[in-house]
Design a protein around this ligand. Structure first.
Ligand code: AMP
Length: 194
């Protein structure tokens, strides 16, 4: 089973690359951002709660996010593995994920960070905002907040997996194909070493 955390700041290309890796490795893609946006669209209680945070570029509280993630994992018992995209985003979420996978008798294969400079991220997000319809991609102060939150709350997740030597960095600048190749090279090394 391959369980991959596709890690990196907003705009680093996690969603785009996850779509490709899902096909290559036959994994189930879980994007917590997409799950929240779906709940918001469907006006569920979860969506109403999440909206308060997404609108500002803040993180949805761990209890809400972890509960949603658990449900999504448990709803896919036949999955050959998962790509976690946008999760975990806090140290507590990382611990909760490890506990959940442990219950299922599996573990994280590796975390791969797509590294991209801040100026490039802002440029990409504003560009995406022209077509994504996402209000959090259209406002420079919300974008700046999301990048700050990544640095303060989310970077510790990479450090957490680095202590068990499962964290890797891949250059997230280049063509989409080049970056996919870099990711595949890293995943194949990691999964063959098991
Ligand atoms: P994303 O699509 O990954 O950029 O996520 C969009 C927004 O959803 C974030 O700015 C947060 O408000 C929320 N969100 C997504 N994933 C998480 C998470 N793991 N923990 C808390 N909030 C999240």
């Amino acid at each position: 089973m391959i369980n991959l955390i596709l890690f990196g700041p907003p705009g680093s290309g996690k969603g785009t690359q996850a779509d490709r890796l899902v096909k290559k490795y036959n994994l189930h893609h879980i994007s917590t951002g997409d799950l929240f946006r779906k709940a918001i669209k469907n006006k569920t209680d979860l969506g109403k709660e999440a909206l308060k945070y997404l609108d500002k570029g803040e993180l949805v509280p761990d209890s809400v996010t972890v509960g949603m993630l658990r449900k999504e994992v448990e709803a896919n018992p036949k999955a050959k593995g998962f790509i976690f995209d946008g999760f975990p985003r806090t140290y507590n979420q990382a611990q909760a994920l490890d506990n959940l996978l442990n219950e299922l008798d599996t573990e994280i294969t590796c975390l791969i960070e797509l590294r991209v400079a801040d100026e490039e991220l802002t440029k990409r997000l504003l560009e995406r905002g022209k077509t994504s319809g996402r209000s959090d991609d259209q406002d420079t102060s919300i974008i700046a907040n999301r990048i700050e939150v990544y640095k303060s709350e989310t970077i510790p997740v990479a450090l957490y997996y680095a202590t068990s030597r499962k964290a890797y960095i891949v250059d997230g600048v280049g063509s989409i194909d080049e970056i996919t190749e870099r990711l595949i090279d890293r995943i194949d090394i990691q999964s063959n070493s098991k």
